[in-house]
Design a protein around this ligand. Sequence first.
Ligand code: 5AD
Ligand code: FES
Length: 347
Amino acid sequence: MNAEVQNIIDRLADGDDLSINEWIKIIGEDYDTTYLFDRADGIRRKYYGTDVYIRGLIEISNYCKNNCLYCGIRRDNESVERYRLSDEEILECASSGYELGFRTFVLQGGEDGAFSTKRVESIVSSIKEKYSDCAVTLSLGEREYEDYKMWFDAGADRYLLRHETANREHYYILHPKEMSYENRKRCLYDLKKIGFQVGCGFMVGSPFQEVECLAEDMMFIREFKPDMIGIGPFISHAATPFSDCENGTLDLTLKMLALLRLTCQKALIPATTALGTIHPAGREMGLKVGANVVMPNLSPVGVREKYSLYDNKICTNEEAAECIRCLERRVEGAGYKIVVSKGDSKV
Ligand code: 5AD
Ligand code: FES
């Protein structure tokens, strides 16, 4: 590692902004990442100690009106068997999750018209009524301000909406033209204005991504100041137009995780399932370079396989209880500890 690289890492750790060219250098240059990873873990421990928060992910529907080119549940994929959970099933997932120690439930799904604003509002109210000590996170895509506001007023605490890429041209390579880069950003700013703890994020190594795109992602994130940041490697799905594209790499994903920890020091950053999919110890490695959240799946095992955004997704056959035991071992093996807590944003 040369002095210039070390200087950039030190400045990030001190809270400095970087120029686009500095971001390009620190992301694109090949160097020994030991120092970067150590600094990232140091910052993580400064704010969070060894705590790892768990979020119970409930995949409520794989119907989606969108046609994102990278995603396995895109509208045009006719080979996927579609499902949606009933309200009762969702509440059962939450109930079993609560028993297992989860204090955050993440309702995630494709953009499915069957989950009307009212219906989601009612599910959120039911969960919050029953588990007042829990946080509800929604991850249901792009909606109008009024919809988000109703969900927030019903008690939803957080919202995850990855921006996917901060580079406009790249956005339209990954998405059909009927989608809009401006609308996605509008949603993120609306969510923030309403008062949600907001998460954005991107895929590492998505098709046609260049170092400049990642640099712009970092600059956008720095400006947006999200409470949560979800990143993971792109993994190709056989039934999408990007089936032949290379997956994102472990090394670059770890590097981006560490840089995120340095630039958004208090953010909640998951070691994602996608990271655990490209390498058996991916999530443990993610935790060691700055990640502080894991999101085990609480969806009924019968639907797990159907919520396949990418190929070879892990944990599709394991019950939630098995995953949490497995993760406890993994997290402890990496030197951290899962805590029973809502784990609100400190940003
Ligand atoms: N590989 C990795 N991540 C993907 N996502 C969607 N498709 C893929 C894929 N093929 C991510 C997107 C989305 C999140 C729910 O999953 O970033 O926002
Ligand atoms: Fe699901 Fe290990 S986390 S089996």
